[in-house]
Write a protein that binds this ligand. Structure first.
Ligand code: SRM
Ligand code: SF4
Length: 602
């Protein structure tokens, strides 16, 4: 009884029940006199559900986003920030976490800091600073993220100020790496595409700069080390010229891609630009809007969604279009429910034609029609290769993006030696790997030898499955994790590889991604096999993504406990091995055969 449950349990079940079903239930089952009482109660609950979230209230109260961060930072007796300040801290690129491995003993507050690194480009001098800071103030690792940034984990409160100052002194920053703003802008990192790619990277940087919030709080707290005076009218009455007083209803993500590679997973972004090259010249971009992956278990109103293709824009229209897309989210996104607040829901509910009209009225010109393009691949190149300018680059596989020293594999130390000595440009990839770019061929042998001496191969890096996989951090740092991911996936991949070898599929590349919860940080809903944490040791299995990352996969099995994961995959992989078309990938076969059968039998 949806209605009864709704009234008993309140808002949560009301939101879960589809609106039409609620009305139908009401008219079918309830005597007339009760209908009035119940519908009033229902309306009250729906009305109260429409109240803006607490996040909206605190943004409106302190639009500089300063909160009382500086005061808490200066108070050494406090080991954590207030709930409101933890929300403000996100806009500064900082998350308050606790080490979940230690929770049973005591809650130990630690912090995660995320950089803002458009296109994932890190100068060698900045890398050296990051490396030092991670050793001094963090947990001795640097974590490459799935959006081409770095994260520091395990920072104590006392280390926050020095680490943030260090990042800014290295001419890098963390502003807007998190929070209800535009996040790190992605662009293709592969040096083999440089030329066009450098122009695209410039455009990505311009868009990133055009979408930055203007608050002075970041600089004042982390660079000058003082609390912003919120009584000063300049700050008290501050309104961001683009974001307004309350910023966006939720996060907003932007990426640029250059076909045929979809290495940035373009369609999972709120705002996407597909480079269009005509007669060897970058003429502009196809615009995509409304992608996003986050969902919640048991909440049908949340779902992954691929972005819509909206039209074509020229390079000089980029800033205006990007700002206008962002303001549509600002003005139409749902501020009453953070689970339903992404731009994708506006697109889903109002449609792409409405969106195009709204956008055109904001920018004051008509968009051209989208131009032809085709994505065929994703992923990174590993090992040595030539750049467009004939210099060399080296693609290095980094398991789950975690740069660390572990036993005889001393990637962190080796990288530091190579980067200090040869000064390559570092590029972080959306698949959590790393590229050392702009190297002279004369240094190739020495670099290879340094890496080898630290247990880091440049040929045959990682296994076929590991090289194509992504895992989110999950436990022990992520407060939202329901299951392991980064620490668990490598072992599971080995077992899947054993399975593949045993059924004649050795050497088969399958894109596997895992997350510790349904938020989708490793983009599992685009993988050929996606594992999504449901509870400790339990995962949902999704199948059917494709190599070009243009198709969402679908749920195949729910709540599978290891070791049944392998037992569930075995018959499917055996069938694939027998029934596939020549050269057909696993994800394509699942989509063409398995999932169609499953849909037909429902
Ligand atoms: Fe994410 C929240 C890690 C990319 C969707 N994400 C988190 C937090 C901050 C947990 C939290 O809110 O307390 C995680 C920190 C864990 C930790 O200990 O480090 C976290 N997300 C990551 C990273 C580090 C995963 C990784 O393996 O690299 C990625 C950082 C990217 C960056 O540099 O900016 C990361 N997150 C993503 C992506 C993939 C992408 O953007 O390409 C997604 C799915 C795409 C999307 O946004 O729809 C993603 N993260 C989420 C969500 C769900 C948002 C939603 O719309 O529902 C959350 C939860 C939230 O925001 O409340 C989340
Ligand atoms: Fe945490 Fe979930 Fe993101 Fe993994 S997917 S990092 S568990 S929020």
């Amino acid at each position: 009884m949806i209605l009864k449950d709704a009234i008993l349990k309140g808002k949560e079940s009301i939101n879960e029940a589809p609106r039409d079903a609620r009305l139908l239930e009401l008219t079918r089952t309830t005597p007339k006199v009760m209908i009035r009482i119940l519908s009033m109660s229902l309306m009250n609950k729906i009305e109260s559900a429409k109240k803006v979230t607490h996040n909206e209230e605190i943004k409106a109260a302190i639009p500089t986003l300063a909160g009382s961060i500086a005061a808490t930072l200066a108070d050494a007796t406090l080991d954590k920030f207030s709930d409101d300040d933890t929300q403000f801290l996100k806009f500064h690129g900082i998350y308050q976490q606790d080490d979940r491995d230690k929770r049973k003993v005591a809650k130990e507050y630690i912090f995660m800091i995320r950089g803002r690194i458009p296109g994932g480009v890190v100068p060698p001098e900045a890398y050296a600073v990051f490396d030092d800071l991670s050793n001094r103030d963090g947990n001795q690792t640097l974590r490459i993220t799935s959006r081409q940034s770095f994260q520091f984990h395990g920072i104590a409160k006392g280390g926050l100020g020095p680490l943030m100052k260090g990042i800014n002194d290295a001419l890098m920053d963390t502003l807007a790496a998190c929070g209800d703003v535009n996040r790190n802008v992605m662009s293709p990192p592969a040096p083999a595409m440089d030329g066009i790619a450098l122009e695209v990277r410039d455009d990505a940087r311009s868009v990133s700069a055009a979408l930055l919030p203007k608050t002075r709080a970041y600089h004042s707290i982390w660079v000058e080390g003082v609390q912003l005076n919120l009584e000063d009218p300049e700050h008290k009455d501050f309104v961001d010229p683009l974001y307004g007083k309350t910023y966006l209803p939720r996060k907003f993500k932007t990426a640029f891609a250059i076909p045929p590679s979809n290495d940035v997973d373009l369609f999972t972004n709120d705002l996407g630009y597909i480079a269009i090259v005509e007669a060897g010249r970058l003429t502009g971009y196809n615009l995509t809007v409304g992608g996003g992956l986050g969902r919640s278990h048991g909440n049908q109103e949340t779902f992954p969604r691929l972005a819509d293709l909206v039209g074509f824009v020229t390079r000089d229209q980029l800033t205006a279009v990007s700002q206008a897309v962002l303001t549509v989210h600002r003005d139409y996104g749902d501020r009453t429910d953070r689970k339903h607040a992404r731009l994708k829901y506006v697109l889903e509910e109002k449609g792409v034609d409405w969106f195009r009209g709204e956008l055109e009225s904001r920018v004051g010109f008509k968009l051209q029609s989208a131009k032809a393009f085709a994505f065929t691949s994703q992923g990174d190149h590993y090992g040595w290769a030539k750049q467009a300018d004939q210099r060399l680059f080296l693609g290095l596989f980094v398991e789950s993006g975690r740069i660390k020293d572990h036993e005889s594999y001393r990637l962190k130390t080796a990288l530091r030696i190579v980067i200090d000595r040869f000064k390559p440009e570092i590029r972080l990839t959306p698949s959590q790997n790393l590229i050392l770019a702009n190297l002279d061929s004369g240094n190739q042998a020495e670099i290879t030898a340094i890496l080898a001496a630290h247990g880091v191969p440049v040929e045959n890096q990682g296994t076929l499955l590991a090289r194509a996989a992504i895992a989110c951090p999950a436990l022990p740092t992520c407060g939202l994790a329901l299951a392991e991911s980064e620490r668990y996936l490598p072992g599971l991949l080995t077992r899947i590889e054993d399975l593949l070898g045993g059924i004649g599929l050795a050497g088969e590349e399958i894109i596997v991604r895992m997350t510790g919860c349904p938020n989708g940080c490793a983009r599992p809903y685009m993988a050929e096999i996606g594992f999504v944490g449901k509870a400790p040791g339990r995962y949902q299995i999704y199948l059917g993504g494709n190599e070009s990352s243009t198709r969402l996969n679908r749920l195949f099995r729910d709540n599978v406990k290891d070791p049944e994961i392998i037992a569930e995959l075995r018959p499917v992989l055996e069938r694939f091995s027998k029934e596939r078309n020549p050269g057909e990938r696993f994800g394509d076969w699942c989509d063409r055969v398995l999932l169609k059968e499953a849909a037909a039998s429902h």
